[in-house]
Design a protein around this ligand. Structure first.
Ligand SMILES: Cc1ncc(C[n+]2csc(CCOP(=O)(O)OP(=O)(O)O)c2C)c(N)n1
Ligand SMILES: [Mg+2]
Length: 523
């Protein structure tokens, strides 16, 4: 929930647990915040310092199994504060660490006597420049123009330029700058799945998502032999965001990577140009460049326009015909398409882990940053169910929908009770295919036993939700989808829709699969 809050708000999320079992239960959630660079403040309790190691119930202090140590590998700071006079100092340090160059979760353990101690501290606001320093390498603009302008070993200017925007563009609040830059020079923009929405997906310059579950427009443009320069803005270029490190991602003039964290700049792709810097500061610097250099970008507009128009004549989505499938049980593509039509433009969508992630990635469109929220690096099943509660609390002004699977429901489905108990109007859409669908698609090819082990009973999620205080519906036919979604939206209360689907529908990730097959460690 805290992570969902953090991602939807752009601020940090906070959560509390008892030390010991409460904290150890949090490890997967905190790992997810860590791998997706989400600032979360984790606070846990502990037995009083003078009782440590004596055998007190639930002692998890350093004298026992040391829960603080458990969180060390998934936080940038995990500390037990043994003296109340250090509380203020360590809280300040925790806040600054969370908003360091690499945003991350932090953990403070507070022993009972430290919690109860009297302290006197003058409240002092943190200066924003400490957490949003807008760092940029002073050589950034020169290095960029050296790749674009003629000279520097290039006999002509680069025209076919594209942008791949990642999480860093969202973190650095670069969305508006990105739009202005793209429009000013007619540069097409793809995003990673994690950053979906950082550039409006219905904009004429949008290529959509590149990589796993990405669009045909993005893969055609970015893997094109003609591409001269790819500006990677704030992406660490992980496996899924690169089509399994596809070698064609490197254009003629190499990759141009901008990232505020030098250690996040991909080491897989050698050569190219790397710039340490905040994405929005980088764009501002380029836009403020001298007119002769900006003239080179201006001059390439017509070439790019023709190039992009050509790409846009291709169908944008893979297997788009499935969005109007009348199949019963219902095709997941149809579910997502109908949901997108009913939900308002500004909806915040949270997407879980499974085959449904691929369907949502392909067929859902997002138009603003922080409106498509998914744990794309660690991908723990069931994560989106509580994350939706935090996201809705962060954005009460917006509809909030969680797209999840029946396997995910079996892992963290009971979190819907929290949403209902506090009347947080999240809409849960369970794409119920009676299987660990993603795994079943592969396992079923291995024989009957793997197929059976990855299949699930068809549970009645609507009845379970009803018993936990939600409103709910079951949908079995595609024609019923729109009115069910509209009912959920109009109810303004916590709502679950169990949509009966089928595990046999293949996911729209064929280009990714092909790319995985052709990859070699020796490339
Ligand atoms: C905690 C956890 N365990 C296992 C996995 C591996 N895994 C990824 S998707 C998936 C199945 C998801 O099933 P479901 O929620 O029903 O979604 P579907 O694929 O059917 O859409 C599994 C087992 C995981 N990502 N997280
Ligand atoms: Mg399933």
């Amino acid at each position: 929930m805290a992570d969902g809050y953090s991602r939807a708000s752009g601020n940090f999320g906070a959560c509390l647990a008892i030390g010991g079992p409460g904290l150890s239960n949090m490890t997967t959630a905190v790992s997810t915040a860590w791998t997706d660079m989400s600032p979360v403040l984790v606070l846990s309790g502990e037995v009083p310092t003078f009782m440590e190691g004596l055998g007190e119930f639930q002692d998890a202090s350093a004298s026992s199994f040391n829960d603080t140590e458990i969180l060390k590998s998934v936080t940038a700071m995990s500390l037990s504060i043994e003296n109340p006079r250090l509380l203020n100092h360590h809280f300040r340090e925790a806040l600054l660490t969370m908003f360091g160059r690499r945003r991350c979760p932090v953990h403070l353990s507070l022993p009972g006597d430290v919690q109860e101690a009297d302290i006197s501290v003058a409240h002092e606001r943190l200066d924003r420049s400490l957490t949003e320093p807008k760092i940029l390498d002073s050589r950034a603009a020169d290095r960029f123009w050296a790749r674009v302008a003629p000279g520097n070993g290039f006999d002509r200017r680069a025209d076919k330029i594209a942008i791949l925007a990642g999480n860093g563009a969202e973190e650095c609040a670069a969305s508006r700058g990105l739009l202005e830059f793209a429009e000013a020079f007619h540069i097409p923009v793809a995003t990673t799945l994690r950053a979906k929405g950082v550039f409006p997906e219905d904009h004429p310059l949008s290529l959509g998502v590149f990589g796993y579950a990405g669009t045909r427009h993005a893969s055609t443009a970015i893997l094109s032999d003609d591409l001269e320069l790819l500006m990677v803005l704030g992406s660490g270029l992980n496996e899924r965001d690169t089509m399994h490190w596809n070698s064609k991602l490197v254009p003629q003039r190499g990759l141009f990577q901008v990232n505020v964290s030098p250690e996040a700049i991909s080491a897989v792709y050698k050569g190219g140009v790397t710039i340490v810097g905040d994405v929005s500061a980088f764009i501002e610097r380029i836009m403020a460049g001298p007119s002769d250099l900006l003239g080179h970008l201006q001059a390439g507009k017509a070439v790019r326009e023709e190039w992009i128009n050509g790409i846009r004549t291709l169908p944008r989505l893979y297997d788009a015909q499935n969005c109007s499938s009348d199949a019963i049980p219902i095709h997941p593509a149809r579910i997502i398409a109908e949901l997108r039509r009913v939900m308002p433009r500004e909806t915040v969508a949270l997407v879980d882990s499974g085959a449904h992630r691929a369907f949502a990635g392909q067929y859902w469109e997002s138009y603003e940053p922080r409106t498509y929220i998914s744990a794309t690096n660690l991908g723990p099943m069931g994560w989106a169910i509580p994350a939706g509660v935090g996201a809705k609390i962060a954005r009460p002004d917006r509809p909030c929908v969680v797209i999840t699977g029946d396997g995910c429901m079996l892992m963290h489905g009971l979190e819907i009770q929290t949403a209902a108990r506090f009347n947080v109007p999240v809409i849960y859409v369970v794409i119920n295919n009676s299987a660990f669908g993603n795994v079943w698609l592969r396992a079923s090819k291995m024989g009957p036993k793997p197929s059976e082990l990855t299949s699930l009973p068809d549970h009645d999620w609507a009845t379970l939700a009803g018993s936990l205080g939600l409103k709910s519906l079951t949908v079995r036919e595609p024609q019923e989808l729109a009115s069910a979604f509209q009912q959920a939206l109009d109810s303004k209360t916590t709502f679950l829709i169990d949509v009966k689907s089928d595990k046999r529908f293949d996911t729209p990730v064929e280009p990714f699969r092909e790319s995985v097959k052709s990859w070699s460690y020796h490339e």
